[in-house]
Design a protein around this ligand. Structure first.
Ligand code: IDP
Ligand code: MG
Length: 140
């Protein structure tokens, strides 16, 4: 058994387009368990912490602005190999080339914006998941 937890965010584009339920539904239908859930308006400090790995990259500022542009939904999903499993469900970063069948491939496209708007975030490793879950769910 390799039970993991991952942090999933439904980004402001996903929430604004009414896709929160669709994302949660795909997570649950895959068989992962949602163990925490909240809607919040993220502020700059929280997002700079969350995206610390992207410090210095040209898309960081547009990314932070985008992530502050409306409410987001944060959830923690649990299951065997859920970190890798959710990344597969999400599809690759660029929604134009994300495979059909994935969240990004089915539900997002290039909007011509400075930052790629791609509906969801998912932790990319056990270390990231632990760090990110503590940011959004300090009580866990
Ligand atoms: P990921 O979300 O697939 O893990 P990361 O490389 O961690 O992708 O980037 C975080 C987020 O920053 C992406 O989901 C996307 O919204 C945005 N992003 C990443 N790379 C670029 C880029 O080259 N141009 C514009 N936005 C980007
Ligand atoms: Mg990432």
């Amino acid at each position: 058994m390799n039970i993991e937890r991952t942090l999933i965010l439904v980004k402001p584009d996903g929430v604004a387009r009414g896709l929160t339920g669709e994302v949660i539904s795909r997570v649950e239908h895959k068989g992962y368990k949602v163990v925490a859930l909240r809607m919040l308006q993220a502020d700059r400090a929280l997002l700079l912490k969350h995206y610390a790995e992207h410090e210095g990259k040209p898309f960081l500022e547009p990314l932070v602005e985008f992530m502050m542009s409306g409410p987001l939904v944060a959830l923690v999903a649990e299951g065997n190999r859920v970190i890798e499993g959710f990344r597969k469900l999400a599809g690759v970063t660029d929604p134009t080339v994300a495979e059909p069948g994935t969240i990004r491939g089915d539900l997002a496209r290039d909007q011509g914006t400075k930052v790629i708007q791609n509906i969801v975030h998912g932790s990319d490793s056990v270390e990231s998941a632990t760090r990110e879950i503590a940011i959004f769910f300090p009580e866990l």
